[in-house]
Design a binder for this molecule. Sequence first.
Ligand code: HXC
Length: 257
Amino acid sequence: SDYSTILLSTRGRVGWITLNRPEALNALNSTLVEELAAAAAAFDADEEIGCIVVTGSERAFAAGADIKQMEDRSAVEMSLRNPFVGLEAFSRVRTPVIAAVAGYALGGGCELAMACDIILAADTARFGQPEITLGVIPGLGGTQRLPRAIGYYKAAELVLTGRMMDAAEAERAGLVSRVVPAADLFAEAEAMAEQIAAKSLPVLYAAKESLRASLETGAAEGLRFEKQVFTSLFALDDQKEGMAAFREKRAPRFTNR
Ligand code: HXC
């Protein structure tokens, strides 16, 4: 591929993005964020891909935004040319995204995991928002997505102290959906991704969009949105096929139509 900070592969209907800056524990610099967003957009545009997995190395999912790249920037420079804006585009891909996390997921790395839909953790995973220690605050969603994920009080403790939590604590808090032995992380992520990718693509988009609305709207508006989207799915062949397959006691054959 033409990418220098990530590796790409496709297995079946699953697109894999592996962060690959081992010299910096996969710290997110502008190149990595741009490449990540471009790769995710390309998988998103590919009808053969039904789920994306983002992962890092054994030692680090991502140890945060690249401190050495940011350190000397002025506020004006950060505002005119934010090196991390690509993460917003990444968080808007329609295809479901699983973060398969081993080792450090700190700062922007934790925020990247939270920009995904599902976080699967190896027992070696460690999550945190240490920005306060560097004299800044989270800037890629940490003060917004973390309280929604684990509640205000626990999120406040993590953001204000900068401490890390291990995989077991992250699972108890509701940030990660499951903890698996590190040696099984890829196999477990693949099994989960294949289960998702076997579904109808437009229905996956609808489910993700409706889930996402829950993070952005009040309950009443969200419920109206969900009902609209639910109703519109009865225009799809795949709804007829899914329900016929149930009645006929067979597996559905979705056509993404
Ligand atoms: C740049 C980083 C880095 C980072 C690690 N490295 N994290 N470089 N940015 N975020 C580099 C180190 O400088 C070192 O390079 C190499 O990776 C290995 O890291 P070590 O520190 O030697 O490893 P270790 O002692 O095992 O410690 C691991 C660690 C520590 C606990 C994860 O690296 C660490 O605290 N990193 C910073 C974590 C952090 O503060 N993240 C938040 C960033 S701010 P050399 O060249 O010395 O070998 C952020 C803001 C987001 O994310 C908002 C943006 C808008």
